[in-house]
Design a protein around this ligand. Structure first.
Ligand code: MN
Length: 746
C-alpha cells in the first residue's frame, strides 16, 4: 500500500521515526521472549527506516509505521525475533529496490525465506477477484507448510491494513474488507486465533455492510450502559459465590462483538431486541475440575436456558477450542451467555496456533496440537497439486473453512453456496426466487437428477425452469436453506388462499346450478352482507371458507337465497361421473376445469388415507370440514358412505405436474401382498420382478403360512395404475405365485 517514491539519495542521515513505538516493541519482545536476540530486530528496524525513507502511506504518515505496527502485532502474538524482524522487513523487497539477496546477506536465510514468502503472496495480481484470492491463498498455504510465520505475518499485515482502511477509496475498502471476511478471518479461525479473527471480522463488517453495521452499532450502544451495569452486578454476585466455594477464578464480562451479534441475528432471523447473546460472561479457572464446579454454581444461582448448554471441554471444536458454554436467565429476564474455561484453554481460544508456536533452530513445530492444526493445511496442499484451476482451489479451501456449506457452480462457473445437503432447489432459490418457483428439474454434471438430490462440492448445476410452474408443498420436506424454505412457504400461503377462493366459488356455483338459482342475480353487496353474517370481512373470505370446507356451499346458499331453496326442489344426488362430464357442470365462470390433483402433500387437495388412490385410478373428491378436499378412489368403501352428503362431493382429475412432464414421474406408495409357495429363492425372484419393473421397494415383510405357503407384503413405489398393473401381471406369471392383492390402506 505504499505510494512508491524515489529512494532516498543519502542513507546516512535517516530520521529516527517513532522511537516510542519501537521501544514498546523491544519491551514486548523482552517480556514475552527474554532469551531472544533483540539485535536482529534493531538491525531490521534500521534497515526498514533506511529503505522506506521518504515513502508515505495513504494516510500521509511515514510508511515505516506500517511494518512497525505489524511487528508489534507479531510481538503480541509472542512470536520469536526472527519473525518480528521478518515482519519489519515484509514490504522491503516489494516496495523498495532491496532484493532477496540483500536480505540474505544481512539477516540470513531464515528471515529472507519468510520475507520472500510474504512478498510472493503480495505480488500475485490476477485479473479477477476470485483468481487473485485463490492464488494468494494457495501460495500462502504452500509457504505455511514450510514456515507458518509467513502466514502469521500476512495476518498481522492484514490486521494493520484493516485498522487503517479509512484512508483508502471506498472501492478499495470494500474489496479489501470482503477479502478479509472471505479468506483471512476464516483462516485465523481455522488456526484457532479467536482474538485476531474477531478484530478482523468487526473491522471488515463495517466496510462490507456499512448500513447494517451502523444500525447494529447504534442499537448496541443504546443498550451498553444498562448491559454493563447488569453484568457488573452479576460479576459481583458470582465472585462472592466463588469465594464461598473456595474456587480461584477470574470473572470477565463484555458486550459481544458486533459481527458475532450480526451473525446470530442473520442465523436466527430475529431482531436486536430478541438477542440475548448481547451480554457475555467469562469465568477463567485454574483447573478443568473447577470449570465443572463453576458450571454447577452458576446453574444454582441462575436458571439455564434449555438447549444452550455445550461442553466443548469434553468435545473440543476442530480448531481445538475448549470451553463450557451455557446461557442463563438473570434478574429482570436478562439472559446472558457464560463461557467457562481454564487459563490454558483461554490462551488457546484467543491466540490459537500462536499460543504455543515455538521455534527451535530448524523451525519445526514442537507440539502435537500444532501438528494437528497443520494437518488440514497439508491435506489442502496435497489436493491443490492436482488442481490447475485456481477457482477450483478456492472452492476447496472454502469447503474446509466452512464445513456447513457446499460450493457448487453454475454452468458458467459462478460459485453458488448452498447449505450442507442442499438440493438443486436450494441452488435455484439462491439464484433467484422466480428461478426457484418455476424450477421443474435440474441437471447436475450434465445428468438429469431428481430435485431432492443432495448437491456435493464442485457439482455443476443447471436449473431447468418452466414458465407458469409453481412451488409444491412437498418441496418443504427436502429444501435446506432458510431462504428457499421461506420463499416456498410465502408462496404457498398466498396461493393456497387463492386456490381456496377458487374452489369455494366453484362449489357455490355448482350448488346454485343444482337448485337452478342464477347467482348472477345477486349483487356484490349481497355477498358482502352474507360474508358479514359469517363474521367475515369480504366475499373472498367467505369463498375461501367454503373452499377450506369450513362452511358447506349448500348452507351458504341457503342463507343467501332461503326463499329459492324449497325442499321439493332438492335434486337427487348427482350420479358419480368421470371427470370430463362433471367438469362441465362444476366449472362455469372461472374457466378452469375440475379440481386438479397434483402433489400428494397439498393441504387443499390430499389423497385419502383409507384408499390411497394412485394416478390413473378413477377418483372422486370430497370436501372435508376444514381440511380441504380429500381424494378417494372411486371404489373406496368410504365413498359410498359419503354419498349421504352429496353436496360435498366434487369432481377431481389427475394432472401432470411440470416436474413430471420434465421426465420425473411422481410415485405413490402401494401395498401389495403376494401369496406364494414357501420355497427357496421365491423372495429373490419376486424382488427381481419388481425391480426389473422399475419400481422401488420400500419395505418387505414375510409371513410364513402353515401349508407350505407364505404371504409377502411389499410397499412399493408405483408411478400409476398402468405401471402397477404391469407389475402385478409380472408377479402373477412367476411360478409359485398364487395370487397378488393390493391393500388400499398402507
Ligand atoms: Mn504490508
Amino acid at each position: 500500500m505504499a505510494s512508491v517514491q524515489p529512494p532516498a539519495l543519502s542513507v546516512e542521515r535517516v530520521p529516527d521515526l517513532f522511537p516510542e513505538k519501537f521501544r514498546q516493541l523491544l519491551d514486548t519482545v523482552r517480556r514475552n521472549r527474554p532469551s531472544d536476540d533483540a539485535n536482529i530486530i534493531r538491525q531490521a528496524w534500521q534497515f526498514c527506516l533506511e529503505h522506506h525513507n521518504g515513502q508515505l502511506r495513504a494516510s500521509g504518515e511515514p510508511y515505516v509505521l506500517h511494518p512497525l505496527e505489524v511487528a508489534l502485532v507479531l510481538a503480541d502474538m509472542k512470536l520469536d525475533s526472527t519473525a518480528i524482524a521478518a515482519g519489519l522487513l515484509h514490504d522491503a523487497v516489494e516496495d523498495t529496490p532491496v532484493t532477496t539477496e540483500d536480505i540474505v546477506a544481512k539477516f540470513g536465510e531464515q528471515v529472507a525465506h519468510i520475507v520472500d514468502g510474504v512478498t510472493k503472496i503480495d505480488k500475485i495480481q490476477f485479473a479477477n477477484r476470485e483468481d487473485r484470492q485463490a492464488e494468494n491463498v494457495r501460495k500462502m498455504l504452500l509457504a505455511m507448510v514450510s514456515d507458518v510465520r509467513v502466514v502469521l505475518i500476512k495476518l498481522a499485515d492484514r490486521l494493520h491494513n484493516m485498522r487503517t482502511l479509512e484512508h483508502l477509496s471506498p472501492d478499495r475498502q470494500r474489496s479489501i474488507a470482503r477479502e478479509t471476511l472471505d479468506i483471512y478471518a476464516p483462516l485465523a479461525h481455522r488456526l484457532g486465533m479467536g482474538k485476531l479473527r474477531g478484530e478482523l471480522e468487526d473491522l471488515a463488517f463495517r466496510y462490507v455492510d456499512t448500513i447494517t453495521w451502523d444500525q447494529l452499532h447504534e442499537a448496541v450502544e443504546a443498550r451498553r450502559s444498562e448491559g454493563e451495569q447488569f453484568l457488573s452486578g452479576v460479576e459481583a454476585l458470582l465472585s462472592e459465590k466463588l469465594r464461598e466455594n473456595n474456587i480461584k477464578a477470574r470473572v470477565e464480562w463484555r458486550i459481544k462483538r458486533l459481527y458475532s451479534i450480526h451473525q446470530k441475528l442473520v442465523k436466527s432471523q430475529t431482531s436486536i431486541d430478541q438477542v440475548y447473546d448481547l451480554l457475555a460472561l467469562r469465568v477463567i479457572t485454574t483447573s478443568v475440575q473447577d470449570c465443572y464446579a463453576v458450571f454447577g454454581i452458576i446453574h444454582s444461582i441462575w436458571r439455564p436456558v434449555p438447549g444452550r448448554i455445550k461442553d466443548f471441554i469434553a468435545m473440543p471444536r476442530p480448531n481445538l477450542y475448549q470451553s463450557l458454554h451455557t446461557t442463563v436467565m438473570g434478574e429482570g429476564g436478562h439472559q446472558f451467555e457464560v463461557q467457562i474455561r481454564t487459563e490454558e484453554m483461554h490462551r488457546i481460544a484467543e491466540e490459537g496456533i500462536a499460543a504455543h508456536w515455538k521455534y527451535k533452530q530448524g523451525g519445526s513445530p514442537v507440539s502435537a496440537r500444532d501438528e494437528q492444526r497443520l494437518a488440514w493445511v497439508r491435506q489442502l496442499v496435497e489436493w491443490q497439486r492436482d488442481m490447475t484451476d485456481p477457482n477450483e482451489f478456492l472452492s476447496t479451501l472454502k469447503i474446509d473453512l466452512f464445513p456447513e456449506e457446499v460450493y457448487t457452480f453454475t454452468p458458467k462457473g459462478k460459485v453458488v453456496v448452498v447449505p450442507r445437503d442442499g438440493t438443486p432447489l436450494d441452488f435455484a432459490y439462491t439464484i433467484h426466487t422466480e428461478v426457484g418457483h418455476t424450477c421443474v428439474g435440474a441437471r447436475v454434471n450434465g445428468r438429469m437428477v431428481p430435485l431432492r438430490t443432495k448437491l456435493r462440492n464442485g457439482d455443476i448445476v443447471e436449473v431447468i425452469t418452466q414458465n407458469g410452474h409453481t412451488p409444491s408443498r412437498d418441496w418443504l420436506t427436502f429444501v435446506k436453506s432458510s431462504r428457499a424454505r421461506n420463499k416456498i412457504r410465502h408462496w404457498l400461503n398466498e396461493h393456497q388462499r387463492e386456490r381456496a377462493i377458487d374452489i369455494g366459488r366453484k362449489l357455490l356455483e355448482r350448488e346454485a346450478r343444482k337448485y337452478k338459482i342464477p347467482l348472477s342475480q345477486f349483487e356484490e353487496s349481497d355477498f358482502a352482507r352474507l360474508a358479514a353474517d359469517y363474521s367475515l370481512a369480504t366475499p373472498s373470505d367467505l369463498m375461501a371458507s367454503i373452499g377450506f370446507g369450513k362452511y358447506s356451499a349448500r348452507q351458504v346458499l341457503n342463507r343467501l337465497a332461503p326463499a329459492l331453496m324449497h325442499p321439493q326442489q332438492e335434486p337427487e344426488a348427482a350420479p358419480i361421473t368421470p371427470g370430463a362430464d362433471a367438469v362441465r357442470r362444476v366449472a362455469a365462470s372461472s374457466g378452469s376445469d375440475s379440481l386438479v390433483v397434483e402433489g400428494q402433500n397439498e393441504l387443499l387437495v390430499y389423497r385419502a388415507k383409507c384408499c390411497n388412490p394412485i394416478r390413473g385410478e378413477e377418483i372422486i373428491g370430497y370436501v372435508t370440514r376444514g381440511k380441504g378436499v380429500a381424494v378417494h378412489a372411486r371404489n373406496c368403501p368410504n365413498v359410498q358412505n359419503l354419498l349421504y352428503e352429496a353436496d360435498r362431493r366434487i369432481a377431481v382429475e389427475w394432472a401432470r405436474t411440470a416436474e413430471e412432464k420434465a421426465g420425473h414421474p411422481q410415485t405413490y406408495p402401494v401395498k401389495l401382498t403376494v401369496h406364494c409357495d414357501d420355497r427357496a429363492g421365491m423372495l429373490k425372484e419376486i424382488t427381481a420382478v419388481i425391480s426389473d419393473g422399475n419400481a422401488n421397494i420400500r419395505t418387505v415383510e414375510t409371513h410364513p403360512g402353515d401349508a407350505g405357503d407364505a404371504q409377502i407384503e411389499f410397499v412399493i413405489d408405483a408411478e400409476d395404475v398402468r405401471h402397477l398393473t404391469l407389475l402385478i401381471q409380472g408377479l402373477r406369471r412367476l411360478p409359485g405365485v398364487r395370487d397378488v392383492t393390493r391393500s388400499q390402506k398402507l
